[in-house]
Design a protein around this ligand. Structure first.
Ligand SMILES: [Zn+2]
Length: 194
């Protein structure tokens, strides 16, 4: 399999003093690939390539942009921080409240009733028939343990009537950090260049 150069174009770089090149390569199977090369020394120091996934009538494809390296670094740092806070909150929550959560469903005999309770608590529940399939395949406890996740944590703690200031604080720290990450992603989109 060999790549063949099918198109080559130069575009103005972000600082507009020089250019970057885009080469389109196509192989024997008609797959194509884009190679981007920065020709500007200043922009090479300050920018990196970042891919975004975009959708067009059901097809998703990767679109490349130049992004300031400092924004990418800040995104990475904040995402790591967010992940650590979520992991910490989940570890604490599981240790103290997972058994209590599983206990809620111990005396509910019908699967349909369990599905009703989950549907009233979380917005991300599957259809009843999909729920039956999941439960049949993995067992009810495994399913309920999987629902004990960060996305569901706030509603779950409310349902369990948890009044634990340490737990609540960890949850909200992680949520605030999530907003921080979303802000940076907005900045990223606002400042992307191609
Ligand atoms: Zn430049």
């Amino acid at each position: 399999m060999s790549w063949e150069k099918t198109r080559h174009r130069d575009y103005k770089c972000p600082c507009r003093q020089s250019t970057y090149s885009v080469t389109i390569l196509t192989d024997d199977w008609n797959q194509s690939d884009e190679r981007w090369t920065m020709n500007c020394m200043t922009c090479k120091k300050n920018y990196a390539i970042h891919s975004f996934w975009e959708n067009d009538s059901g097809l998703s494809f990767e679109v490349k942009y130049w992004i300031k390296k400092e924004i990418l670094t800040s995104l990475e740092d904040n995402e790591n921080h967010h992940k650590n806070l979520m992991d910490g909150a989940m570890e604490y929550a599981k240790k103290r409240y997972l058994n209590q959560w599983l206990g809620v469903f111990q005396n509910i005999r019908s699967k349909k009733q369990i599905w009703d309770v989950l549907g009233s608590l979380f917005s991300n529940q599957p259809s009843l028939s999909a729920f039956y399939t999941h439960v049949k395949n993995e067992g009810i406890d495994a399913y309920l343990t999987r629902e004990f996740n960060f996305q569901n944590l706030e509603n779950l703690l409310l349902h369990l009537k948890v009044e634990d200031s340490n737990m609540i604080e960890q949850l909200f720290k992680a949520k605030n950090q999530q907003s921080e990450v979303l802000q940076i992603k907005k900045t990223l989109i606002k400042n992307r260049f191609r």
